[in-house]
Design a protein around this ligand. Sequence first.
Ligand SMILES: [Zn+2]
Length: 421
Amino acid sequence: MKDGKDRTPPGDRQGRSWDRVWSIGLVLGLLVSACSAPAPTQEVTSTSATTGLPLTTAVSPATSVVAVEHLPTQTVIVRPDPDPPASGRAPEDGEQGIVVAALGGMPYAGVPGGEVIGIAREGLVFGVEERSGDWFGLRDQCDSRIWAASDGLAFTPRNTFGEPGRLAMEDAVVVVDPGHGGPNTGATGNSGLAEPAVNLDIARRVRDLLSVPHSIDWETGEVGAGNSVPPVKVVWVTRVEGPPGADIDSGLTYRATLATMAGAHALVSIHNNADPDGSFVGPGSEAFYQIADQQSRRLAGLIVEEFRRGFAVFDIDWVGDTDAGAKYRLRSDGIRDYYGLLRGSGVPSVIAEGAFISNPDEEDLLATPEFRQAYALAVYRALVRFLTTEDPGSGFTEPYPRTLQAGSGAPGPGCVVPQQP
Ligand SMILES: [Zn+2]
């Protein structure tokens, strides 16, 4: 997302705009507090005649209609997604896990016991790696060490229970990683659709699917209402907060640390691809696994299987690499994984490359909520099978040697921890 514009297609905005409406509702509630019901019940979107900017009109049955312009300098605070905790406990001695910056943000210092140098935005998540006295050493979004005291954070201990394969969904811990963000723009399509926003939208859909019960028809792959597949215990997303801060810089060490410190049963990194070899029969979806981890390999095979099932209904001119499928990529030493996220994560991890954003036909698909949902559903079904069955997956291929370098994924020199407004 190079220019910071939200390229989410208009049809997809409705479901995602509630946080913003909620905040506007809060402001409106203050403006018209004497006579109003607090929450608007309906939203009407139009365009400002004076500025050409979108207007959101919040309609409350008990009050008049009030319009708020989305000016660039707006002071409306977009709420983090998901809601940050109001408060929580701090880690005890020796505990590892995840902290979430609570409502109002989390003060932090550069050294244990040092002066506060910033307040991390509420809702941000951090892996806790060490402790010094009453201070907790966290890996921040810039891959650096920051130190927090017990103020303004809520702690979840590192999961140590269960192995993927015969796990109950209710016991599962999953990390979903929307690839790229901030100055790390990844691949961009011909029409300007860029990976960070697309990947984030798909990741949030995966999170939402994992967070509520469903039924799944395994014959057809259809996912519907029901209780046969319960929600997971915890799902963490590595870029989580509202639109202005969602496009943050986020280092690979930070992302990998979150998965490790969560004790996740699986990490899935959501990406879309570029530089195919040529046209392809069916989708050229890929999933990269960790060479030394059989569970990672199995998860990649399941993701490829479900991509092929879920994308078969889209009749377009697909592209792909001749070695498309579930595969690995090694560094020049021929031993270690090429991708830093797979190298750095201590849990079964896969980089999913669902579609080629560089192919105009697939870029058009990625711009639709229907295809993004199909992508998310495929990852969801693959995770359910990975966690609760010993299905082996399929689509494994022997990769040919590659010389094209991937981006480093390192945070930019201007990287800062997103601050509480
Ligand atoms: Zn990518």
